[in-house]
Write a protein that binds this ligand. Sequence first.
Ligand code: ACM
Length: 755
Amino acid sequence: MKISNFNTWLGLAFFFIVKSADAQVNIVPQPESLRLLKGNFIFSRSTIISANADSIFLIAIQEIKQLRKDRAGGTVNLISFTKDVTLKPEAYRLNIEPAKISIAVSDKQGAFWAVQTLKQLASTSAFKTNNTWRLPALKINDQPKFSWRGIHLDVSRHFFDIDYLHRFIDRLAFYKFNKFHWHLTDDQGWRIEIKKYPELTTKGAWRKLNNQDSACLKLAAINPDYNLPEKYFKMIDGEKMYGGFYTQDEVKVLIQYAGSKGIEIIPEIDMPGHMQAATKLFPWLTSTGSVQKEKKFTDPICPCKETTFEFAENIFREIAHLFPSKYIHLGADEVEKSSWKNIPECEALMKRENLKSIDEIQSYFVKRMEKYFNSMGKELIGWDEILDGGVSPTATLMYWRAWMPTAPKHAAEKGNRIIMTPGEFCYFDAQQDSHSLQKVYSFNPLGFGLNEKEQRYIMGGQANIWTEYIPSEQRLEYMLFPRMMAMSEVLWGHQQDFGAFSQKMNQQYETLNALSINYRFADLKGFTENNVFLKSTYLKIDAPKNAVVHYSTDGTAPKMTGPKYIKPIFINKTQTVKTAIFSANGRMGDVFTANYVQSNYIDAVLLKNPKPGLAFSYYPKFYKSVNLIAETDKTKTATTGAIEIPVEKKAASFATRHKGFFYAAEDGIYSFFLRSDDGSVLKIHDKTLVDNDGMHFAIEKSAQIALKKGYHPFELLFLEGGGGYTLELAYSVNSRERKAVTTKDFVVVRSAIDY
Ligand code: ACM
């Protein structure tokens, strides 16, 4: 039973009823069932911890004893651990009574997760008193829905040292993640010591600053979290180089540390593509024997030469010995397979192995590597490109390409197990806006058109963090939190509705403050980026509970020493107001800009025979900007009822245009909110009102316009570059509640005469 499910136990008189779901108990991820009882248990230095000698309790007891050391003395009471073999893996039963806490588990993960739940209960300030923990009496029965609850981190594009990774593991454990997918190599740097090929790290781990570094440094002028930490620079042969790597000894220590917290580390050595850190040192790995100019992706290693397999096997032998994990990740994504065309060795291989296409060369590589992994007792995971050219039934697939919507079904039909990481929900390198948290919370790893039988192949899911534009720990934590908490609830599997989660987050933010995590603050709302007023108006900020907001009106970033927002700000002239949330220790959140200009109402146009709907045009081409859409590329027109992405969404790249008239039901200031992935532009009266153009993840932009009652020319342009498929338009009138546009909001005319 969930805590929100009060009705079922409201009648039970012997339970102490707390009034609402936000009543101080907020555990992330939400337990499967939770029942609050009367009273408290005081965890103090005087608490006795009891368990039999079973090794499954060892780590949990170690942690709880460590926590006990930091507490003050108190009344003698008891925490007892018992084994219950009827419980599932990772499950725990937690009963807190005033004199005793009983924890029952069947394995060490269960015991460890129970302790995390105790920490979550205690870390909420409401339960903290005098350095002892006041834990509410309750009964929890808990177990995860998914066995794979992962976070991936790319340490190649930007490096994160081993000390930080210990803290990173702490974060994962606290939210009951059990897999750390460590993306150790890529074009931009090789990060793990390989004893057979020391150059991979003595040279391959270091680089001169690249385009992504320069972009970060540019952004650092506004946000210092984009700076590349000085500790990752080193002079090599008189040149300042960026990078770093992990020695095998460091890796062993991290594996041990993560293992003690129930977290398995899965190494990824990405092959045959994304290998430039190695091919620059060993050009003989490529098909031509030299590193070619980059096409769409960098030159892969060549699966048509035995020397390549020798190299790959030498590396994976060391990896398999180092990592106790059941799985090794081969990568196999984004391979520039065209590099294998017209190569004598590849033609010979195709003939010998009866391969029909270059896709089958990729498949040959993956299958052969899988056999090698299996010979060392390991199983292979690959990104969903391992489907190309045919997949072995025993490989596990990591689904990421949202523009391949049938890939999970296709894999499950073949009996492949799947880990879900589709970009639109799981790519935490995507910038955040006011929708991001809810988007992650809406992720359903069992969706994607899978029937009940196929759903059994879903092991779980994972958030992926690619670090091209994440150079520092501060920036990384900002991208992780709070989205990681929403992901934790999804994968643990007992999430409530988003409203209940948001309420819980109000207190969870206090926990993040206490842990000094650089999380992204909740959004400031109630205004758009470009606002208009008739004579005067007020900027009324809708801020999260207890948020401290400061603002500026001189164009500079808000400061803690600048004016504090306490009541709506009066506006009667053209001006810009910048606002931001500040934490007690002075940390500033995102800066929100609200521009104001005076405007008069724009007159409506007269239409003779308006019909419901919008004129829709489809352009099946790749464009980087909606300005580049050419009418000559148009292949389809239709009248459509609503603004939605058409059935062609299975195409990787295309553009659309919705054109007609917006019906303003009253004179008013209309706020439009346009969210898209990739770009979009909203024009009203043939002038750009909201500019959300370009290639990007789902981001919302907004603007206001003063409209007279009646019809106003409307045009919405959208481009899809591959994988986002998001186009949402909402509006509000005179700052009332916003609503998504519907068919009722639009009309078209039959011909120019009607307009
Ligand atoms: C990936 O994002 N290239 C797996």
